[in-house]
Design a protein around this ligand. Structure first.
Ligand code: NAP
Length: 324
């Protein structure tokens, strides 16, 4: 019980990744102060308050990234902060208001409050591979992406990759802030996160798998890194607990093209109707590698993609997003 007697905060606790962070923290004996936007909406909180240990050691706080100071009561008295809240969706009309402001201003809002509480020893920020890999360098099978890569905001803007831009600018703003204030911060930079859902709502990365098994005619011509949500949550906690943890940690079990993901799903579920063709006629976007060296130092032994896919599909079935 590495967390016994310790108090930590998790922002955006009702979300997909944060819910797993809360679950594992409670399992390890931590007392968790969890921020949610709507603490009185049971659809957003029931899956948290029913976790083992929640009755004794979970407290909910209302906070919004866009309301200055709203995280203070949540962060007060904590030793560690897991800042995971940030919008992740693609279907947006106003990138500034819907993605960029909550990601960037929201992160600075949380960090401003962190700076007020000397009890906070470390912040673990949920960044993304989005803040790492989009810098215009070619990504081919012999290229190894690692933590020294930083996405290029101009390129993100030109390509209108608004979510990627939001994560890139938020991480950059966070590093500048913590360097100036002398705050200890570690970032976790996962790729597409899949695996079982704890929350009752559908999150964006699980939706990518649901789309494939729910009648899509074609798969995207895209190669992505994939990682299991349990490994991602565990990495966050390891990054808090291991004193020497520092800087950024890319988390990718493997990079696979959607064509390969569909092939794996077909092997797992032979009777399922899956897309037969690629969305365009261009050559398949090549895979690349992502370094596992730093993640290894957190003790992460990745759950294989096949298992993650199976767990995602089973969870989507259990939560009735799909039936077969
Ligand atoms: N899933 C992935 O593949 C992936 C990969 C890399 C990084 N990430 C990062 O992981 C984090 C969590 O993402 P997720 O996949 O778990 O998505 P999610 O389930 O949609 O969770 C996002 C969380 O952010 C909260 N949030 C959004 N806007 C907010 C605001 N204005 N004020 C307060 N909270 C707000 C949401 O709160 P509500 O519940 O109230 O809406 C929700 O709890 C994000 O930082 C994301 O960028 C995700």
């Amino acid at each position: 019980m590495s967390g016994a007697g310790k108090v930590v905060a998790v922002t955006g606790a009702s979300g997909y990744i944060a819910s797993w962070i809360v679950k594992l923290l409670l399992q390890r004996g931590y007392t968790v102060k969890a921020s949610v936007r709507e603490p009185n909406e049971s659809r957003k909180t029931a899956h948290l308050t029913s976790l083992d240990g929640a009755k004794e050691r979970l407290q909910l706080f209302k906070a919004n990234l866009l309301e200055e100071g709203s995280f203070e009561s949540c962060l007060e008295g904590c030793e560690g902060v897991f800042h995971t809240a940030s919008p992740f969706y693609h279907d947006i009309k106003d990138p500034q208001a819907e993605l960029l402001d909550p990601a960037i201003k929201g992160t600075l809002n949380v960090l401003n409050s962190v700076a007020k509480f000397p009890s906070i020893k470390r912040v673990v920020l949920t960044s993304s591979i989005a803040a790492v890999a989009y810098n215009g360098k070619p990504r081919t099978p012999d290229v190894v992406v690692d933590e020294t890569w930083f996405s290029d905001p101009n390129l993100c803007k030109e390509s209108q990759l608004w979510y990627v831009l939001s994560k890139t600018l938020a991480e950059d703003a966070a590093w500048k802030f913590v360097h100036e204030k002398g705050i200890d911060m570690v970032t976790i930079n996962p790729a597409m996160v899949i695996g079982p859902l704890l929350q009752p709502t559908l999150n964006t990365s699980a939706a990518a798998i649901l789309n494939l098994i729910n009648g899509a005619q074609a798969y995207n011509n895209l190669s992505l890194g994939w990682v299991n949500v349990k490994d991602v949550a565990n990495a966050h906690i390891q990054a808090f607990e291991i004193p020497s943890a520092n800087g950024r940690y890319c988390l990718v079990e493997r990079v696979a093209h959607y064509a390969e993901v569909v092939k794996m799903l077909r092997e797992l579920y032979p009777s399922l109707e899956l897309p037969e063709k690629c969305a365009d006629e261009k050559p398949l976007v090549p895979i690349y590698q992502v370094s596992k060296e730093k993640a290894k130092s957190l003790g992460i032994e990745y759950i294989p993609l096949e298992t993650s896919l199976k767990e995602t599909v089973e969870s989507l079935k259990e939560k009735k997003f799909v039936s077969f």
